[in-house]
Design a protein around this ligand. Structure first.
Ligand code: ZN
Length: 112
């Protein structure tokens, strides 16, 4: 898989952390976009929703999006997702996160 440096347009292989041309820290580059993923409305159990969240976040961190919106509903999945995100934030895997003020069933996670 290849990526493109958003600063200079140079392409690089996935395991490169700095742009070979302009030295930009590639893992911090983003295009300001937000990905929305529903992890709670397909009959998922809590463990399935958490796995889905983790793989979506892993994938999104390799891409260029700045944020990921997790649609978590209002039940147990939301509580567990918030706990898991606290852990990811502590480890530095995500920058921060918050329930959306206008929609408490959705968590906005800042990745970069
Ligand atoms: Zn570059």
């Amino acid at each position: 898989m290849q990526g493109i440096c958003l600063d200079c347009g140079m392409s690089f292989s996935e395991d490169t952390r700095y742009c070979p041309k302009c030295d930009n820290a590639l893992e911090h580059q983003h295009d300001g976009s937000t990905i929305t993923v529903d992890i709670a409305h397909d009959g998922e159990r809590v463990s399935e929703a958490l796995r889905k969240m983790q793989s979506e976040i892993d994938m999104a961190r390799k891409g260029v999006a700045a944020n990921i919106r997790l649609v978590v509903g209002s039940g147990l999945i939301r509580d567990e997702v918030l706990l898991a995100l606290r852990d990811l934030e502590f480890r530095g895997d995500v920058k921060d996160f918050d329930l959306e003020p206008t929609n408490a069933g959705t968590v906005l996670v800042r990745l970069k």
